[in-house]
Design a protein around this ligand. Structure first.
Ligand SMILES: [Zn+2]
Length: 143
């Protein structure tokens, strides 16, 4: 064991009863921490230990987001949610090895979920232009 919580679940050593769906490459569990007004928050997790989205094999990413889309389509009928928000961290500093996962959070009227953070502030256009140029270069095909 590598001490990774998600690997333990993937391998069946822990929380098998929390696994809501298991496909060839990913599984779904309810998030361990959920806002009281956004109950139903779930995590879609690759079965193999992958740290970041950009480390995941294309087939894993495809399956990961296919299941994410399944979940975003299900939250209405499942929880009476009006919609959802999807987010994903790439490495969170902490004692437990980080294992890629995607959050799917149901949204309800009046849930007061503040994403993005209220500290978000407008960025000057010049800064955004520099960011756009850097992104263009980083994302251009054949780089
Ligand atoms: Zn892991």
């Amino acid at each position: 064991m590598n001490g990774c919580t998600f690997c333990a679940i993937a391998g069946g050593a822990a929380d098998a009863d929390l696994v809501a769906l298991r496909t060839g490459r990913v599984f779904v569990i309810p998030a361990p921490r959920q806002r009281p007004r956004n109950q139903g928050h779930a995590l879609v997790v690759p079965a193999g230990h992958v740290v970041s989205l950009h480390d995941a094999a294309p087939a894993v990413r495809d399956e990961l987001f296919a299941v994410v889309a399944q979940l975003t389509g299900a939250v209405g009928a499942l929880y009476g949610a009006e919609g959802s928000i999807v987010f994903q961290h790439n490495i969170t500093p902490g004692p437990v090895p980080f294992h890629l996962h995607v959050h799917v959070v149901p949204r309800f009227p009046g849930d007061d979920l503040t994403m993005p953070d209220p500290a978000m502030a407008e960025v000057p256009r010049a800064v955004r232009l520099r960011q756009a140029a850097a992104l263009r270069q980083a994302l251009s095909p054949g780089r």
